[in-house]
Design a protein around this ligand. Structure first.
Ligand SMILES: [Zn+2]
Length: 261
């Protein structure tokens, strides 16, 4: 196995499974595979950049300056002004910097790469802030609205953004990899900051039971996900995402009621 570092971390998508890769395969296998093979470019959306802007600010001044330098074209308008999304991102940073609870919690090593084996696959992860001594880790999540209810078609219930975006799985994977490596317990925390103005903040803990359920779900899905990734199983199209819309061909009729089911 390759040793991962800051330079090759994002390149090693074939050798390692990551929480976000796993999540994309569970959402749409066809799109996830197309992104992996390079058939379609990996989305470098503004939302993704805003998240990275905030993360880099807490990694350190040098990392933040480098980020701003690297992404100047995407961050500025044609007139050379900072785009609205990044004005908000800066507000988010300033808000967190002022918060005593956050500052007390966010102590430890930043942007720590962790790898390990879980359910027969090699995984990689990047932890925003790891406190080995006190046995916890923190991930900063930027989101539109922290309290938004999101409808889950699978579970037929409203779920919080933390569940909808696969963060239970991500936290469960990181916790498992850390516990294997350090032979002690780790508690995951999420610091959520919203893109509203003024922005909302929340420090979130996740019930142990939800993490256990998430690890079991991964176990149940991973054989198929790995099979699709390795080319042994034909990817299914979700039929709803942009990739599937773009590749759709008619093959018969659907009933009008099926349109919203
Ligand atoms: Zn799809």
């Amino acid at each position: 196995m390759t040793t991962l570092n800051d330079e090759n971390y994002y390149e090693k998508q074939w050798e390692f499974m990551s929480a976000s890769q796993y999540k994309s395969f569970t959402v749409c296998e066809a799109k996830a595979l197309a992104e992996l093979t390079g058939e379609i470019p990996k989305e470098n959306t503004e939302a993704f950049l805003v998240g990275n802007y905030v993360h880099s600010a807490f990694e350190g001044d040098e990392a933040h300056e480098q980020f701003k330098k690297d992404h100047e074209p995407e961050m500025l308008t044609k007139q050379g002004k900072l785009r609205a999304a990044f004005i908000v991102a800066e507000e988010m940073v300033q808000r967190l910097k002022k918060d005593t609870f956050f500052n007390n919690l966010y102590q430890g090593e930043k942007e720590v790469i962790i790898t390990g084996k879980l359910h027969g696959e090699h995984w990689k992860g990047k932890i925003d802030c790891l406190n080995i001594e006190q046995g916890y880790f923190v991930d900063i999540k930027t989101t539109a609205d922290i309290h938004k209810k999101i409808w889950s078609e699978n579970r037929r219930v409203w779920i919080p953004f933390v569940e909808a975006y696969g963060y239970y799985e991500q936290m469960a994977i990181y916790k498992n990899l850390l516990e294997q490596k350090y032979k002690k317990e780790f508690t995951p925390y999420i610091i959520a900051v919203s893109k509203q103005s003024p922005c909302d903040l929340e420090a979130i803990e996740i019930r142990e039971e939800l993490l256990v359920v998430s690890l079991n779900n991964i176990k149940g899905n991973l054989e198929r996900v790995s099979g699709v990734k390795n080319g042994e199983i034909k990817p299914r199209m979700c039929g709803k995402c942009d990739y599937c819309r773009g590749h759709k061909e008619l093959s018969g009729f659907v009933s009008s009621e099926e349109l919203i089911s």
